[in-house]
Write a protein of this length. Structure first.
Length: 428
């Protein structure tokens, strides 16, 4: 049985018969898609976003901007979304359901705070458990009136008066999404926005770079952590493939000694997670970087364990945990304590599941250590977390008996993941 089959309620991943020699094209970037969709929704007129990801998280954004008053149409023939901007001066009450999407909710809440009418932002039970306190506090500093309807610092939140703007103080060590959301709304605040960090550190800085890049593409002015009053303009915008999704295929090459090329993702990419290939290179893989594609070739003499800080590419931490199982010495991952507040506590979850397979993994406040070993046949729990499922599936490419509970959770960002993983069985 291959990756497209199942054992009862679990999905069995069968080992690759030979090292892969394949080229893949992963779906559009979730991070870029959601930034482009919300910036388009803030621009008067009609924008076109091509190459966008179609998955649970981006569907959540589409439905959310519709809830704010934007019009969104999908043109499958042109692989495009056409978005007509919302009227933020409307006094009608609005309700936004961000489902399980942290990105959507943390971008939409500040936008709700520049809308004249009252807006309620809510999400799934899982999203209601995730923290929002720092962003809620920042919006109150900017003059918005917000009411937490259930628990402090949690969704659902109702915004009943808009933000005037100014200076907001917020920690930089919990989630860059809080700051990205503020920056996106900043140009539409009468006094603009200046963000002041209350911490020495700033996690996931490349995602803030990505936010600024997309904002500028839609006509906004933004510098570092400040956005003066301004406006968005309708734009045609192309989304590149997702670097976080590509990490699983780069990792597959590294752990099997194969060769995998990801098309459409090359030297010009603005996504920080493409730097995951730098980590694989340190571990002994060969990386070929071209203008429009990137190739990883696994080492013939095995991988080396590393000590690495992943604070700027934390979505690849679980991928690296799977790769570390096949190295020659322990791998220590640092700087990612904040991922405990993601879809699940990703540090605890990945350590728990590796131990379930009989591997030596240790949890630290800021990350984890994985000692190489041979995973035993296991049905891994996936914690409603797409990245848990995609990362742990990599172990099954080398060892039999690896299966995943609730494999459908990958639909959050990559509905076709297992079909694409199965294509690694086609050599050449």
């Amino acid at each position: 049985m291959n990756a497209s089959g199942s054992t009862q309620d679990a999905l069995l991943i069968e080992p690759l018969p030979v090292p892969p020699d394949a080229a893949v094209r992963v779906p559009g970037s979730k991070s870029i898609t959601n930034r482009a969709l919300i910036c388009a929704a803030l621009a008067p007129g009609t924008s076109t976003v091509t190459g966008a990801l179609v998955a649970d998280d981006t569907t959540a954004m589409v439905e959310s901007v519709r809830g704010l008053g934007a019009t969104v149409a999908r043109d499958d023939a042109d692989d495009a979304f056409r978005i007509t901007g919302a009227d933020l001066s409307s006094t009608h009450a609005a309700h936004v359901d961000a489902r399980q999407s942290g990105t959507t909710s943390r971008f939409v809440l500040p936008v709700a705070a520049v809308r004249v009418g009252p807006t309620t932002v809510d999400g799934s039970a899982q999203l209601r458990r995730r923290p929002f306190g720092p962003q809620v506090d920042a919006l109150r500093q900017l003059g918005a009136r917000l009411e937490e309807l259930d628990a402090p610092g949690r969704l659902p939140v109702r915004v009943t008066a808009p933000a005037r703007g100014g200076r907001a103080r917020i920690p930089g060590t919990e989630s860059s999404q809080f700051i990205s959301g503020l920056l996106i709304a900043g140009p539409l605040m009468p006094e603009g926005l200046a963000v002041e960090l209350t911490t020495a550190g700033l996690v996931s800085r490349p995602y803030l770079d990505l936010t600024r890049e997309v904002m500028r593409a839609f006509g906004a002015t933004v510098e570092d952590l400040a956005a003066p009053p301004g406006r968005y303009v309708p734009t045609r915008y192309a989304v590149e493939p997702d670097a976080s999704s590509a990490s699983y295929f780069f990792a597959a090459a590294a752990i099997t000694g194969g060769r995998v090329t990801v098309e459409g993702l090359g030297r010009g990419s603005s996504q920080g997670d493409l730097r995951f290939v730098d980590v694989l290179e340190r571990m002994g893989a060969t990386v070929v970087r071209e203008a429009t594609r990137t190739t990883v070739v696994g080492p013939v003499d095995g991988l080396r364990g590393v000590d690495v800080d992943l604070r700027d590419l934390s979505d690849t931490a679980q991928t690296l945990a799977a790769v570390a199982v096949f190295a020659d010495r322990p791998t220590r991952v640092r700087g990612i304590g904040f991922i405990r507040g993601k879809e699940t506590d990703r540090i605890h979850a990945v350590v728990t599941e590796l131990r379930r397979a009989g591997l030596d993994a240790r949890e630290h406040d800021d990350g984890f250590t994985v000692t190489p070993g041979t995973p035993q046949p296991t049905v891994f729990e996936t914690y409603e977390d797409h990245r848990m499922a995609m990362s742990l599936s990599l172990l099954g490419l080398r060892h039999p008996g690896i299966a995943l509970a609730d494999p459908g959770c990958v639909g959050k960002t990559y509905p076709g993941f297992f079909a694409d993983l199965d294509r690694l069985r086609t050599v050449g």
